[in-house]
Design a protein around this ligand. Structure first.
Ligand SMILES: Nc1ncnc2c1ncn2[C@@H]1O[C@H](COP(=O)(O)OP(=O)(O)OP(=O)(O)O)[C@@H](O)[C@H]1O
Length: 245
């Protein structure tokens, strides 16, 4: 096992993943710098979701390596990967998946409450993020009373409340109308930049590439653009990983 360059927050090498023998990733390598916003684009079925799931420890590549802050993720046990995801990563799905019985602020505060943060502090932090995401006036409403765009903003607030090291956003604008898409994405990227949160966001090229620092494109589970990450054994590191495409 070769150690990655120590200045990439995420580093992946030679990722392969197959569903029941059907390949979804076929040798993807990349590095992501701290605070970077990386767009993952490509046609439907090109492997974007699978790549995000491998990078975030939800799936284990086979073969392939994923490193987070210079520590291997792919060799961790399931429970250690779950802990890593809970403590260091945030996930935004293409569907908000809010708890219907809880209000917007309770949904946004949930990761904090699960960590044992006090009720009052969790409520204050969740409220601040809901305000930033322009849904502060929805704080007391339940998801059923919210528009889809508002629900997705609450889900984004929930991912941001813990200020994770990395947020993975898998087509976060998929359920939104055109008018909301750019604004929701801009809100996410602005919030992430202001807190030095690294973001790996999958979605349509025309939407996310302009807001990201760099984009990589997948076709049939392989990269077609961006700057390939050299083998660490070649002695190259951050500069080569970081050039914008
Ligand atoms: N749970 C699964 N079981 C079987 N095959 C899957 C599964 N998830 C994805 N695939 C297949 O793996 C390939 C890559 O899918 P993936 O969802 O990673 O691509 P994507 O680029 O995110 O696509 P989309 O834009 O449609 O979400 C596709 O051929 C897809 O049909």
């Amino acid at each position: 096992m070769v150690a990655p360059p120590d200045n990439d927050v995420l580093w992946a090498r030679g990722l392969h993943y197959a569903y029941s023998g059907s390949p979804a990733l076929a040798g993807v390598s990349l590095g992501v710098r701290e605070g970077e916003i990386l767009a993952v684009t490509g046609p439907r079925g090109s492997g974007k979701s699978t790549l995000l799931k491998c990078l975030s420890g939800q799936l284990v590549p086979h073969p392939g390596e994923v490193w987070f802050n210079s520590a291997p993720v792919h060799t961790l046990s399931r429970s250690a990967r779950e802990r890593l995801r809970r403590e260091r990563f945030g996930w935004i799905d293409s569907e908000p998946h809010l708890v219907p019985e809880l209000s917007a602020w309770e949904n946004a505060a949930l990761p904090l409450l699960l960590r044992g943060i006090g009720h009052r502090a969790a409520r204050r932090t969740a409220g601040e993020w809901l305000e930033r995401l322009d849904v502060g006036d929805c704080a007391r409403k339940r998801p059923g009373a919210l528009l889809m765009a508002q629900r997705q903003r609450v889900a984004i607030a929930r991912a941001l409340t813990t200020e994770p090291t990395v947020i993975f956003a898998d087509e976060p604008t998929a359920p939104l109308h055109n008018a909301d898409r750019a604004q929701v994405l801009r809100t996410l990227t602005t919030a992430a930049r202001s807190h030095q949160i690294t973001v790996v966001v999958a979605g349509p090229d025309d939407e996310i590439a302009t807001l990201a620092d760099r984009a990589v494109t997948l076709v049939d589970g392989r990269r077609t653009s961006g700057v390939p990450v050299p083998d660490a054994s070649e002695g190259e590191g951050r500069a080569a990983c970081s050039v914008s495409a």
